[in-house]
Design a binder for this molecule. Structure first.
Ligand SMILES: Nc1nc2c(ncn2[C@@H]2O[C@H](COP(=O)(O)OP(=O)(O)OP(=O)(O)O)[C@@H](O)[C@H]2O)c(=O)[nH]1
Ligand SMILES: [Mg+2]
Ligand SMILES: [Zn+2]
Length: 424
């Protein structure tokens, strides 16, 4: 039996994708999907005496900006349709059109989405683009989790999978560092509640394997305002990416579960850590998603792989003290586990089962709502900080627990990494 299992997991590990070099593009701004041939280009210069190349208003871009209540741009360089350019003036790399020379023989590499005219990342069309939506009620820990996850991917997870993870460009790098990473990991302060009125820009990272036979991935992370997650208009305008997501991380906060909140506070004793006073039912988030898009899919269910992630698992230790009621003191939730080279299914099944039983006990209504609307789910528990902050500050070194596991499960489900089981 052990031999068979070994053989099977070996085969599983060898499963690699055929080498594909051209991929459909999903615009990280408007989320329309199109082929790499359909991109348009922005000229890199203007000519006042040529109407075609004069600075002009870009109606498509302005319509996009207006939709998000952002100021339009008066004049921009012309947009060039590559179909008007002779083939010898077009440059293809790995079958993907990446630059053209315009009629003045001036090169442009600025590819734009044909629908909204926003810039496309340079990897567009050359790597599969995977939108990872991080959703959940207000204050469940989305912004902190995204920061801790990306930080972990860059510093250890990528290495464990013989890959490198890095921001797609210097703008993403700067924004992520200034708004998320440095405040948390350098200044040890927590980010403010994400604003509902503000459009969140995507954070695009590349996950590139050292083995060139494996295609790299573009990961598009979105951090949304939890407050908006129960409003139809918000989802429609600011969270459209969820509908087009390749994977969903659905975060649930144990401190917002009425069944256990008071118990945790009580058991915490005189440690005056932060406790969110905001309270929003996770189930209401499912309800909004259901009426907005899941309900329109076949059987009213979405097949998008969805990781249900219990956050702030460090706080569950206060429950464990109370005996076996909800969580065992020796629960796997409290032990970090590092998946290396492949996704360990054994380890995953243990934790998933445990968290599922936990949610069943504390929020059955949410569990039922999930089962009715999501067909591809698994359960996880993470602590992005490894501690409870006090007055908006963390102390010492941040030691996350199991923070990359839900993400690796998504990669496994999307067949970017293999899986294996321990030999019993
Ligand atoms: N104990 C503990 N608390 C955490 C952890 N992660 C986040 N928190 C707490 O949860 C609060 C909210 O975290 P955020 O990441 O800002 O929550 P959010 O889901 O982005 O909230 P909105 O932007 O308002 O939707 C933080 O200020 C922390 O006090 C964790 O791993 N452990
Ligand atoms: Mg936030
Ligand atoms: Zn677009």
């Amino acid at each position: 039996m052990a031999f068979l299992k070994n053989l099977l997991s070996g085969l599983e590990k060898k499963k690699v994708l055929p080498v594909q070099k051209k991929f459909p593009i999903v615009c990280p701004h408007c989320f329309r999907k199109f082929e790499p041939e359909e991109v348009v280009f922005r000229a890199t210069h203007s000519k006042e005496d040529d109407e075609e190349y004069a600075l002009q208003e870009d109606e498509k871009l302005n319509a996009y900006l207006e939709k998000f209540r952002m100021e339009g741009i008066e004049e921009l360089e012309a947009v060039i349709d590559p179909r008007t350019i002779p083939i010898e003036k077009s440059v293809y790399v790995d079958e993907v059109l990446i630059s053209i020379k315009d009629k003045y023989d001036i090169e442009t590499k600025k590819r734009l989405c044909p629908f909204c005219h926003n810039d496309l990342p340079y990897s567009a069309g050359r790597t599969p683009s995977n939108i990872i939506a991080i959703i959940g009620a207000s204050q469940v820990g989305k912004s902190v989790y995204m920061t801790s996850l990306i930080h972990t991917l860059e510093t250890s997870t990528a290495h464990n999978f013989n890959a490198a993870c890095m921001p797609i460009n210097s703008d993403t790098s700067r924004r992520f560092r200034d708004q998320y990473q440095d405040p948390l990991f350098v200044q040890n302060t927590l980010v403010e509640s994400t604003q509902k009125e503000k459009k969140q820009e995507p954070f695009i990272f590349q996950f590139k394997f050292k083995d060139t036979q494996k295609p790299p991935l573009s990961l598009v992370f979105f951090d949304v305002a939890g407050e908006g997650m129960v409003e139809e208009e918000y989802i429609d305008l600011y969270a459209n990416h969820i509908k087009n997501a390749t994977g969903i991380l659905f975060l649930v906060d144990p401190l917002q579960l009425s069944a256990i909140r008071s118990k945790i506070i009580l058991n915490q004793g005189d440690k005056n850590g932060d406790f969110t006073s905001k309270y929003q039912e996770s189930r209401d988030v499912v309800v909004t998603l259901a009426e907005n898009f899941i309900g329109l899919q076949e059987d009213g269910k979405t097949p998008i792989p969805t990781a249900i992630v219990v956050t702030k698992s460090d706080m569950l230790e206060y429950l464990a003290k109370d005996g076996d009621d909800y969580v065992k003191a020796n629960s796997n939730m409290f032990n970090n586990y590092v998946h290396k080279a492949y996704f360990n299914l054994d380890e995953h099944e243990n934790i998933s089962g445990e968290v599922q039983r936990f949610i069943e006990k504390v929020d059955l209504a949410f569990m039922d709502a999930i089962e009715v609307h999501f067909s591809n789910v698994s359960y996880f528990a993470v602590s992005a900080l490894g501690q409870n902050p006090v007055e908006g500050k963390v102390e010492g070194v941040i030691e996350p627990t199991r923070v990359d596991e839900p993400f690796l499960w998504l990669l496994y489900k999307l067949r970017f990494i293999g899986a294996g089981e321990r030999v019993k």
